[in-house]
Write a protein that binds this ligand. Structure first.
Ligand SMILES: *Cc1c(COP(=O)(O)O)cnc(C)c1O
Length: 467
């Protein structure tokens, strides 16, 4: 990348991250006297209106999974009732722990617990926290029960970045194994990666990049036969795959019906349709869950115990999550899954009918596509200019859309395909069209340039904290 075009790129990214330069309230220190509440409400409404258009009209992949106005209004009322609650004080707010116990029970039931005794879990703040907690749990379990001190995680390359984050935070080693030509975890590679230090094997249902469920049955059997933990990352699929399966689609087994699966993460704040900030981590046994807990008996502040990473927690989000789940119910989740699959099947067929594009693997509701003849990042950049927020992937270069209820609204899928066809034509006619973020992915894929991309990512986060 030449310096001029990289300067241009930095500037355009900064403009996207910091659009509110003129005409908006802004503070670098506390206002001396509090700003009038009405004025703040007015400002907040203005910002909400500016930002909701993109996701509300279905222009964004993933991100907002439900988004219907009545649903949001209902959740907001529940939040208001419980905004002061904190499950750290279960004596003051026993309703919060009741909600969390029932969220866990309903999720376990949905994910194959059935009549099996002992399946349990906790509510966390999101998929990443659920994964962090599970990895810490396996590390401590293996140390206590097997004396393993250099714990290793085996995760296919497509398993979420949160597994690397866990390895980094908890000083574990992570071994990434390749995927096969169907974009699923390669079972033989996982088998070869097992060592005496392996504490957990990971499979995803489905992985975020290409959305194709891993062979969880084979992977979990590898783990079970060696008394190794097996984590199914169903952050994305946990609240939709059971319903897709019930609709009659071919969904491979991934949950507690498989005896080797010892933990599952499932995000209520994705296809559970709750507000952002909740997820569920489930374990096969209470003994395993005990390794997640933090307990201390010698702190002057008193006997202290907390089930997850945080201390004080927003009980209101658990109330909202519970209300979302019970207000939607089995029929509601089933209906949503049906609409999402109908839209996904239509989109997949249409994308496949564009000769320059190819769909990766045999997807369900996340559709990743690439091209052998044109630069897919140029296509994505044209789509960005047209207002679409698709997700860029790399290794291999591709783009995906995660279909949500937003895309089932009338006219959205047709508009997406119309714009995609136009974008492909545009790129064919303009081979020098901007690649947007593409060159950065190119650099990330090269070992010599990777360090520079890391610096760019630091800049990206630093920029977000600029006033
Ligand atoms: C979203 C996602 C995660 C991480 O969840 P967050 O809620 O963003 O922390 C983990 N795994 C998969 C497969 C996901 O799709």
């Amino acid at each position: 990348m030449d310096p001029a075009s990289s300067a241009e790129m930095f500037e355009s990214v900064e403009n996207i991250l910091k659009p509110y330069k003129e005409g908006f309230m802004s503070f670098k220190q506390l206002p001396e006297v509090g700003v009038d509440r009405e004025e703040i409400l007015h400002e907040m409404e203005k910002l909400k209106n500016l930002e909701q258009e993109t996701w509300k009209e279905g222009f964004v992949s993933g991100a907002v999974y439900h988004g219907d106005e009545n649903h949001i209004d209902f959740l907001n009322r529940i939040y208001a009732y419980h905004s002061q609650s904190n499950p750290l004080h279960p004596d003051v707010w026993p309703s919060t722990t009741k909600f969390e116990a029932e969220i866990v029970a309903m999720t376990a039931d949905m994910l194959g617990a059935g009549e099996q005794e002992g399946i349990c879990g906790t509510v966390s703040s999101g998929g990443t926290e659920s994964i962090l907690l599970a990895m810490k749990t396996y590390r401590d379990w293996a140390e206590r029960t097997k004396g393993i001190i250099e714990a290793e995680i085996i995760a296919p390359t497509t398993a979420h970045a949160a597994f690397d984050k866990a390895a980094q935070y908890f000083r574990m080693k992570i071994i990434r194994t390749p995927i096969d030509s169907d974009y699923r975890a390669d079972v033989d590679a996982v088998r070869s990666a097992i060592t005496d230090n392996t504490v957990v094997i990971v499979g995803s249902a489905p992985p975020y990049p290409h959305g194709i469920v891993d062979p969880i049955e084979e992977l979990s059997e590898l783990a079970r036969k060696r008394d190794i933990g097996f984590h199914t990352d169903a952050c994305m699929g946990g609240f939709i795959l059971p319903w897709i399966k019930r609709l009659g689609f071919d969904v491979p087994a991934f949950d507690f019906r498989l005896p080797g699966v010892t933990s599952i993460s499932a995000d209520t704040h994705k296809f559970g349709y709750a507000a952002k900030g909740t997820s569920v981590i489930l374990y096969r046994t209470p003994e395993l869950r005990h390794f997640q807990y933090y307990l201390t008996t010698d702190w002057p502040g008193g006997l202290y115990n907390s089930p997850t990473l945080a201390g004080s927690r927003p009980g209101a989000l658990s109330a909202v999550c519970w209300a979302a789940m019970v207000s939607i119910g089995e029929k509601g989740y089933l209906r949503a899954a049906k609409e999402i699959m109908n839209t996904s099947i239509w989109l997949r067929d249409e994308i496949e009918s564009i000769p320059e594009l190819k769909v990766l693997g045999d997807p369900l509701f996340i559709i990743a596509f690439a091209s052998d003849v044109i630069n897919i990042y140029q296509v994505m950049e044209v789509m960005t200019q047209k207002g679409w927020g698709l997700n860029g992937l790399h290794l291999p270069p591709s783009v995906h859309i995660c279909v949500t209820l937003r895309h089932t609204q009338s006219g959205v899928k047709e508009k997406l395909i119309e714009d995609l066809r136009m974008a492909v034509e545009y790129v064919k006619e303009n081979p020098a069209a901007s690649e947007g973020i593409g060159p950065v992915y190119g650099m990330a894929a090269s070992p010599e340039m990777r360090g520079m991309v890391t610096e760019v990512l630091k800049w990206y986060l630093d920029t977000q904290y600029k006033v």
